[in-house]
Structure formats: structure tokens, C-alpha cells
Design a protein. Structure first.
Length: 221
């Protein structure tokens, strides 16, 4: 597992590389540089969030479409008004990178992932719209891609700034001076905020679309 900054930077810009596969190298690099805050953030993104209150803004209130299961027609748009959409038409995303990316890969462009409401929330919404049908929310593939792109862009920006302060080349370890030079970059909030502002302008790919056989049979190996 190479932790060199330049190699990590290249991988982040390579559309064939999944973030799931890149993150362990990024975590290793952060630990080698003694950047514990960056490493902790990366690990939480990788494994997922246990506490909804700890979610960063890019994982909160991801918008979706409320749908109802019809015996005749399958899943169809639910008869909800604007207030109900505002109250129920979004979801906090606690899942780790692997799960989010897998969802992205399994969806075709223009489609999404349907998540059934939990019993309590479903009962509340059913009573409000006077409907007994099963209810779910569909989060678009684009929304998953957007979330993952923020994380990938944050890592890219971190790599860029590490290289700007002279952290580069192949290393099994970093000197105290090198770690000191990069110490101010141990700040994930700074990088994901910057990623939210400018991720459309960065040379970072979206999650690729899986081919038919990959969707059916999963990833090779």
C-alpha cells in the first residue's frame, strides 16, 4: 500500500479507482504525518457514522422523492404536499464509503436507491396523508455521487497542500521537521468546506457507472 502523496494524488484523479480502495492509503499517510484529526475523519467516513448528531453538513438532509407501493403499479410517487416533502423528503446518510459507493455502482445514471422509512416515521407520514401503503424515499444516484465527490475532493485538496509545503517522494516515515511543516493541514473541516465550495472545478472524477455484469455479479476479485 503506497502512501506517497503524489501517488495518492494520482489515484484520486483516476476514475477507475474507487474511493473505498484509496482511503486506506490516505489514512496511512495521515498517520505517518501524525495528523490524527485527518486520520480520524477519514476512518469515520470509511466506516460510517454511529451518531447522527456527528454528521457533517454534506451528509445531512440529502433530498429524495417520497414514493408509495401500489398493489397494481409498484412504487409510484406518493401524494404528499410541499410541507410533507419538506418534513420527510430527505435523509441523513450515515453509511460508510464502501456502502455509499456500492449503491452508486449498482444504480444506472438517472436512477436512484429506494430506502423504506422506519416504522415510526412511516406511521406518522401515513397518518398525515391518510394512506396505509408502504412508503419509502428514493435518493438519486447523483446525490450519492455528490456526497462521495465532496470527500474525494477534500482528500485531493489535502494532497495538493501537502505537496505545496514540500511533502512528497517515497517515504516509509517522515521526519519531525516534515511533520511540523504539514501540521497546520491536520484540519478536515477546512478541506471538506473548501470541497463544498469548489468541487465542480477540481479534476476529480465522479463515481463511474458499473457495467451490466459488474452490477449483476459484483466486483471482480
Amino acid at each position: 500500500m503506497s502512501a506517497a502523496v503524489e501517488h495518492l494524488d494520482e489515484r484520486l484523479q483516476d476514475g477507475s479507482e474507487l474511493l473505498e480502495d484509496i482511503m486506506p492509503s490516505a489514512i496511512t499517510l495521515a498517520m505517518m504525518l501524525r495528523q490524527r484529526t485527518m486520520a480520524a475523519w477519514m476512518r469515520t467516513e470509511f466506516d460510517g457514522y454511529g451518531d447522527p448528531a456527528a454528521l457533517p453538513p454534506y451528509r445531512r438532509d440529502v433530498p429524495g422523492h417520497i414514493v408509495a407501493r401500489s398493489p397494481q403499479y409498484g412504487w409510484i410517487p406518493a401524494p404528499v404536499d410541499d410541507k410533507q416533502k419538506q418534513d420527510f423528503g430527505h435523509r441523513d446518510m450515515l453509511e460508510g464509503i464502501k456502502s455509499l459507493e456500492k449503491t452508486c455502482l449498482s444504480c444506472k445514471k438517472g436512477t436512484g436507491n429506494r430506502i423504506v422509512f422506519d416504522k415510526e416515521e412511516m406511521a406518522t407520514l401515513q397518518s398525515r396523508i391518510n394512506l396505509s401503503a408502504e412508503l419509502a424515499i428514493t435518493i438519486s444516484r447523483d446525490s450519492y455521487c455528490k456526497l462521495l465527490r465532496v470527500i474525494r475532493c477534500a482528500l485531493y485538496l489535502w494532497c495538493q497542500e501537502l505537496m505545496e509545503v514540500g511533502i512528497g517522494g517515497d517515504h516509509n516515515s517522515y521526519s519531525q521537521d516534515e511533520r511540523k511543516k504539514a501540521a497546520h493541514l491536520d484540519d478536515p473541516d477546512r478541506f471538506w468546506r473548501k470541497a463544498l465550495e469548489s468541487n465542480g472545478d477540481l479534476p476529480v472524477p465522479d463515481v463511474r457507472e458499473a457495467g451490466f455484469f459488474e452490477r449483476v455479479f459484483g466486483r471482480a476479485g
